[in-house]
Design a protein around this ligand. Structure first.
Ligand code: SF4
Ligand code: SF3
Length: 546
């Protein structure tokens, strides 16, 4: 196997025997095979789009987004589920090939288009389609940067689509990008262009999801979230899918069960149409990587709506009370499928919860969040006044992911060491490094403003553009904002590409730079965008804040 898509990759270069995340070599091989089927379908669909041929676009969109999403770090560890998606893809590809023949559409002669999908070839094809099939490190790097961005885009698109918001242009771009990276002769410039264009559609997909979430559940608002526990049994819901938590809240109402959010589901509390449920009682625990201890003490069922799953140890007490849904999966865990009406049936989870003890208290108090763009705009006068009087001197965007590596303590220490006139703008699970530190406020404005999930990084873009207008500067980079982003998995890749597309320069990316960025590509990113890794807390404070 070879996988280098996340920040925790082995030795900072690539996992070759088993994933640090727990991914087996077999799963990596089937994911490589699945991605080759995705490239084949994307390439064919792109030719249809070029020829303006009508075909079942929704079927292609649903397939591509689910398949890409299931290969995101910590999303799906279930070989059989991945192989089922390969089978569905091969059947879809056959339909598309048939259509191409009927309409005399000439298809490119790429292996991914040609491959017939015979079961006996799965193993050899999976190995052939490894990331290392691209021998040139720089071309490979750009192709991976693009496909990893597409994975993040697929995840956000899937959430938006579940809430009824779709956009054919985003899917058409995905197909175009898949076509470009499938071409074995694509050159550096072509690949660089498609990588950067991925960022444009990254902005569009985050805007689409923002619209879907706010239309369905209202604008996030300032909210105090309880981090303690109640007396009743609970269900813990993790991941990013708001439609799932809504279904769960509706179905648990009046059952004597409390619902708790976990990890990236915390921002559900900020939405008026979700926080109205009285039995949504709090957030339990921290970022994804602490789940082994926290799931044990939670006592009740856990539902994963997206990544990040940590494989349980063989003796894990909680392993019979975990459920997956959407693109996630884990061997032996029950997967909840979507019903024909677009809703999930959580009755089995609820019945199990009724037999469980209430969660054990692991902390008490509350955390504050809900500062997506509308809430920040509501405070705009106060914020602008604070900037004008110098009460707020700088903003630091510290969005992104959390992870288990020790060097991530940088973010906690950096947050603690920031001068009292600096405000942290956050989103994603990175915030768990500092959202319980009680960093205080500036004239009533909290010093940690949490917009929500990683996709809500979009809010900081909207806020930055607004500040640019208010302060009358021509360049977004002239604002007193420092971008110090923490990454782990591939949703952070699409967020990064989106920020680059918007012309944001000098972004710091840590705790280490991605293994999939080759030396040649790094040079381009440094020369064009001033991208840098982080140094020590002291050095970064001295160079960028003080
Ligand atoms: Fe390794 Fe990360 Fe890939 Fe898992 S996702 S196999 S940890 S690079
Ligand atoms: Fe976290 Fe997995 Fe990325 Fe949505 S839950 S930010 S790591």
């Amino acid at each position: 196997m070879f996988c280098f898509q996340c920040q925790e990759t082995a030795k900072g270069t690539g996992c070759t025997i088993k994933g640090v995340c727990g991914k087996e070599a077999s799963t990596a091989k089937w994911q490589d095979l699945l991605l080759s089927v995705v490239r084949g379908i994307g390439t064919i669909a792109h030719q249809f789009n070029q020829a303006e041929l009508e075909y079942n676009r929704t079927q292609v969109a649903d397939y591509l987004t689910d398949a890409l999403f299931s290969t995101i770090t910590n999303a799906n560890f279930d070989d059989q589920a991945i192989l089922n998606k390969v089978d569905v893809g091969i059947a879809l590809k056959k339909q598309l090939l048939h259509l191409a023949q009927q309409h005399n559409i000439l298809l490119p002669d790429y292996q991914e288009v040609r491959w017939g999908g015979e079961k006996a070839d799965f193993d050899a094809e999976g190995q052939r389609e490894s990331i290392l099939r691209n021998e040139n490190a720089d071309l490979r790097s750009l192709k991976e940067l693009t496909v990893l961005g597409l994975k993040g885009m697929a995840a956000y698109y899937e959430h938006a689509a579940r809430l009824g918001e779709t956009n054919d242009k985003i899917i058409a771009f995905m197909c175009k990008a898949l076509n470009t990276i499938t071409n074995p002769d694509a050159d550096m410039q072509t690949l660089l262009n498609i990588t950067l264009e991925t960022g444009k559609y990254g902005v569009d997909v985050m805007a689409l999801l923002d619209q879907a979430n706010t239309e369905a559940y209202g604008n996030p608002e300032l909210t105090h979230v309880n981090i303690g526990v109640g007396q009743r049994p609970g269900i813990l819901i993790s991941g990013h899918d708001l439609k799932d938590i809504e279904d769960l809240l509706i179905q648990t109402e009046g059952t004597g069960i409390d619902v708790y959010t976990h990890g990236e589901m915390l921002p559900a509390h900020y939405y008026p149409q979700l926080k109205k449920y009285k039995h949504l009682v709090g957030n339990y625990g921290n970022a994804w990587w602490k789940q082994k201890e926290e799931f044990t003490s939670f006592h009740g069922p856990i539902v994963f709506t997206t990544n990040c799953i940590v494989p349980p140890s063989p003796s894990a007490e909680y392993k019979d009370r975990v459920f997956t849904t959407n693109s996630t999966g884990y061997p032996g865990w029950k997967h909840i499928e979507m019903g024909a009406d677009g809703h999930k049936d959580f009755s089995e989870v609820i019945a199990l919860a009724q037999k469980c003890e209430a969660p054990k208290e692991i902390e008490i108090g509350e955390i504050v969040g809900g500062f997506a763009h509308a809430q920040v705009f509501a405070l705009a006068d106060q914020i602008v006044e604070a900037v004008k009087t110098g009460a707020i001197r700088k903003f630091v965007v510290m969005s992104g992911c959390d992870g288990r590596m020790k060097n991530r303590n940088y973010y906690k220490e950096f947050a603690k060491a920031l001068p009292k006139d600096v405000v942290i703008l956050t989103s994603g699970c990175a915030k768990y490094k500092y959202n319980k530190l009680h960093l205080g406020d500036i004239n009533g404005i909290p010093r940690v403003l949490d917009a929500g999930q990683c996709n809500d990084s979009y809010s900081w873009v909207v806020v930055a553009l607004k500040l640019k207008e208010i302060f009358g500067v021509n360049d977004i980079n002239a604002l007193p904002i420092f971008f110090n982003i923490a990454w782990y998995e591939q949703k952070a890749v699409i967020v990064l590409l989106a920020l680059l597309h918007l012309g944001i320069k000098n972004i710091h990316l840590g705790p280490t730079l991605p293994a999939f960025i080759s030396e040649g590509v790094l040079k381009v990113l440094v020369d064009t965008f001033g991208i840098a890794g982080n140094a020590t807390v002291e050095e970064d404070l001295k160079n960028y804040i003080l």
